[in-house]
Write a new protein. Structure first.
Length: 443
């Protein structure tokens, strides 16, 4: 067993490691799982732990929670790494776990980033999970449905861990300042506003927040009485981000996302890239920006450029796969594309017009002609009677009225004249002329 040398000190450990919660009472966040009366807490308290997968973003407590479970259930705790652990090492540990089981000792095997284990490595755990020789706890930032073998996944309960809130992070930062494991022996002067800046910068990642706090306090100057005073300037010098110009939860957040949206709408790629950079350099979540761009692609471009939505969705996935800072170029590509694309809000206008009528005619029955008739009774009630199958006609068109009678011939979608929508508008006009001519011919 490893024994620390006399030359090592507690403070040589990273702050995040020193402040790792020892039990559930110190654990912050994930109340939907470990709050009073919640499933995972009951499993721990009743010592009824089964194999499980923790799925969530970095720094939310996956490893810590696994360690707490092992401690609370008095189990041996073994960790595996996808980089250093081969099939041989896995099988050796599994054999030891089986021996421990015969002695009444439970073994929890924790596999961090289990999605990085290949199929053969994952399969090596399977027989021991099935026999109950080990309790497997896997941690992953990726969707388990795609990254973990079905056979192994079916034998594990999946728990989804959520990003920590700003308040959660502030609680951890205050504890680190006051606790002797952190800076409890020091005199630290830091305002709630500055703690909030650090918490925002961490973006839900406890490990990142504690690492940032450690760096800031270490590099701060002390007064004559030994008090370490943390200023906004100290924080900005350490994190090299202009976070003070951008409050992710306040008015400036909404002002800048509005500026980005309106710059793209105004076909101004330079302004769009600038506002994008303002957000990203201040620590904004790239996924949030990608979602807003996806909305823009349909709201402000729509059918004028049918590729805009494809670009937005592809960029969203790129941001999810690689994150910051690498995904900044993908977002830049998206906002420039949206800025230069032809514009139309016809889809958005059409929906709102239709929504207004839908609310006012909520009880309007579906016309019999376009109802399905899967049973004899429905056919006897004239469901589907007179239905015209468009594919049976030369033009692939019919004269059926698909709107309720009270909304007969109502128009919601009115195409613009930019890009592809000009073509759609011409086709729609031809369709309407054909229907009008053929309806009149039947009169």
């Amino acid at each position: 067993m490893y024994q620390p040398s006399i030359f090592e000190t507690q403070t040589s450990e990273p702050l995040a490691s020193r402040m790792r919660p020892k039990d559930l009472s110190e654990f912050v966040g994930q109340t939907h799982l470990i709050g009073e009366g919640k499933l995972l807490r009951k499993m721990i308290e009743t010592d009824n732990i089964s194999s499980m997968i923790f799925w969530g973003p970095p720094g939310v407590g996956k490893t810590t929670l696994a360690r707490i479970i092992a401690h609370e259930t008095k189990s041996q705790f073994i960790t595996f790494s996808a980089v250093t652990s081969g099939i041989k090492e896995i099988k050796k540990v599994m054999e030891d776990a089986e021996k421990n089981k015969r002695l009444g000792i439970k073994t929890i095997v924790f596999v961090d980033e289990i999605h990085r284990f290949n199929k053969a490595q994952q399969d090596a755990f399977l027989p021991f999970v099935e026999k109950g020789s080990i309790i497997l706890i896997g941690a992953t930032t990726e969707n388990p449905s795609f990254e973990i073998n079905n056979a192994l996944l079916s034998r594990c309960r999946v728990f989804v861990l959520k990003e920590l809130s700003t308040n959660d992070i502030i609680t951890l930062l205050k504890r680190a300042i006051q606790d002797e494991r952190g800076f409890g022996k020091e005199k630290i002067d830091i305002s709630d506003e500055n703690l909030n800046i650090i918490a925002d910068f961490a973006n839900g990642d406890a490990r990142s927040a504690l690492t940032t706090l450690d760096m800031i306090i270490t590099n701060a100057s002390a007064d004559k009485d030994g008090t370490i005073k943390i200023t906004k300037e100290t924080i900005e010098n350490c994190i090299t981000k202009k976070t003070l110009l951008y409050d992710k939860n306040g008015e400036e957040h909404y002002n800048i996302i509005s500026a980005l949206h309106k710059s793209m709408r105004n076909s101004d790629p330079d302004a769009a890239v600038y506002w994008l950079a303002r957000m990203l350099e201040a620590g904004e979540d790239p996924i949030y920006i990608a979602r807003r761009i996806t909305r823009f692609a349909s709201e402000d471009i729509g059918l004028a450029d049918t590729n805009a939505l494809n670009v937005a969705i592809n960029v969203y996935h790129a941001c999810h796969f690689i994150g910051m800072p690498e995904c900044n170029v993908h977002l830049a590509e998206a906002v420039i594309y949206m800025s230069l694309a032809p514009k139309s809000n016809a889809c958005d206008v059409a929906y709102h017009l239709a929504a207004s009528d839908a609310k006012n005619t909520i009880a309007e029955p579906v016309p019999l002609i376009i109802r399905n008739a899967p049973t004899k009774l429905m056919k006897n009630l004239n469901y589907g009677k007179g239905y015209q199958y468009a594919h049976d006609t030369k033009e692939k068109l019919t004269t059926m009225q698909c709107l309720p009678p009270s909304l007969k011939d109502k128009e919601y979608y009115k195409p613009g004249i930019q890009g592809n929508e000009a073509k759609f508008g011409q086709r729609l006009e031809r369709i309407k002329e054909w229907k009008k001519a053929h309806r009149n011919s039947k009169l």
